[in-house]
Design a protein around this ligand. Structure first.
Ligand SMILES: *Cc1c(COP(=O)(O)O)cnc(C)c1O
Length: 362
């Protein structure tokens, strides 16, 4: 099979130049005599890889010096636990906005640690929109407000951040980091699993205010789950996910070389507009998320019934477009159009939407 347009929500497409670079360097990394897969994480060549990865990420996201960058494991899901364990006392109050499945999982993990308050939820409407948060809705003593910047499963995103005042804002940016510009200073802590928009699975990036790093944690918190210990060790308290960090570093370089995050955002907004315009123009296809909260990374849409959904997915597959099936919990279709999805992929999808509507089948 030729390479296809892979609309998977994650792990997802990687930029072809990155894959080719990995291939070229795989067996003997730049004359080091071995592969990055085999290299000691304490070796000079590897030190350079991880230092460059961090430096490039700092440049493309404009990460200020008073923020730490951590390369961790355990996926975004482990952050659901690490965040409360490091930012809140046991039993303390923490606020959560429930805008989807991952947001709800984060809240549930928070509840294991303390008084995790759901300040709002769009569950009644199948998470089709982002509830507006006002300052009055927040708990006065909350250790933080946790939001999910982009809801991968339901296809919504925050266009504006909630007005949090002095409450630290914690944000899961797994499916939109590097896809859109953010001002890191708006956040106390950002986390993101790499496999959506940054690189291979196995790496989670945390960007947090250094002032929040502390050794004064509850004694049950394992060393591996202490941000401070990880920061002190330069993300090498133990063996880091070496290869994933290396590939992510190449993706960061690719973002930089193709114009940076602002240019990515421009292309992503254009791709998303192409797709949403086609959906809005259709009598058969329907966008699932509220228009004003539509994600530019994950577009969710439906057809009138399961049979037509299946037929549409089959037509897509016959044209080299895969993984367009919606998440098992919501059904329908979902097109994940992250940074590495070329405009041509979206154009082919739009053409297929129009052809399907005109009766074209496999
Ligand atoms: C994919 C995803 C997660 C879960 O990521 P894992 O790395 O599988 O733990 C959490 N939050 C969001 C927004 C996601 O898209």
């Amino acid at each position: 099979m030729e390479r296809v347009f892979n609309f998977s929500a994650g792990p997802s497409m990687l930029p072809l130049p990155v894959l080719e670079q990995v291939q070229a360097d795989l067996v003997n990394y730049k004359g080091a005599g071995c592969s990055v897969l085999e290299m000691s994480h304490r070796s000079r060549p590897y030190e350079e890889i991880i230092e460059n990865a961090e430096a490039t990420l700092r440049r493309i996201m404009n990460i200020p010096d008073d923020y730490a960058v951590l390369f961790l494991q355990g996926g975004a899901s482990l952050q659901f636990s690490m965040v409360p364990m490091n930012l809140a006392r046991r039993g303390a109050t923490m606020d959560y906005a429930l805008t989807g499945q991952f947001a709800t999982k984060a809240w549930q993990e928070g509840k294991r640690w303390g008084n995790a308050v759901a300040v709002c939820s769009s569950k009644e409407d199948k998470y089709a929109y982002i509830p507006k948060i006002t300052k009055e809705m927040l708990s006065p003593d909350a250790a933080y407000l946790h939001i999910t910047g982009n809801n991968t499963i339901f296809g919504t995103m925050y266009n504006e951040l909630p007005p949090v005042g002095d409450t630290p804002l914690v944000c899961d940016l797994s499916s939109i980091i590097l896809g859109r510009e953010f001002d890191v200073r708006d956040f106390a802590l950002i986390y993101a699993g790499a496999q959506k928009n940054m690189g291979p699975a196995g790496l989670t990036v945390v960007i947090m205010k250094k002032s929040l790093l502390t050794d004064d944690l509850d004694e049950v918190v394992p060393s591996m789950l202490s941000y401070k210990k990880m920061a002190d060790a330069g993300s090498m308290y133990n063996t880091p996910p070496c290869f994933a960090i290396y590939v992510a570093g190449l993706v960061f370089q690719w973002v930089e070389q193709t114009g940076g995050v602002a240019a990515m955002e421009k292309r992503n907004r254009e791709k998303a507009a192409l797709l949403y315009d086609a959906l809005d123009a259709s009598d058969l296809f329907k966008g699932a998320a509220a228009k004003e909260d539509r994600s530019i990374m994950n577009a969710t849409f439906t057809l009138p019934d399961d049979e037509q959904t299946k037929a549409f997915l089959a037509l897509c597959e016959s044209r080299g477009m895969i993984n367009l099936k919606g998440h098992r919990s919501v059904g329908g279709c979902r097109a994940s159009i992250y940074n590495a999805m070329p405009r041509e992929g979206v154009e082919r999808l739009v053409e297929t939407i129009r052809d399907f509507e005109q009766g074209k089948r496999v």
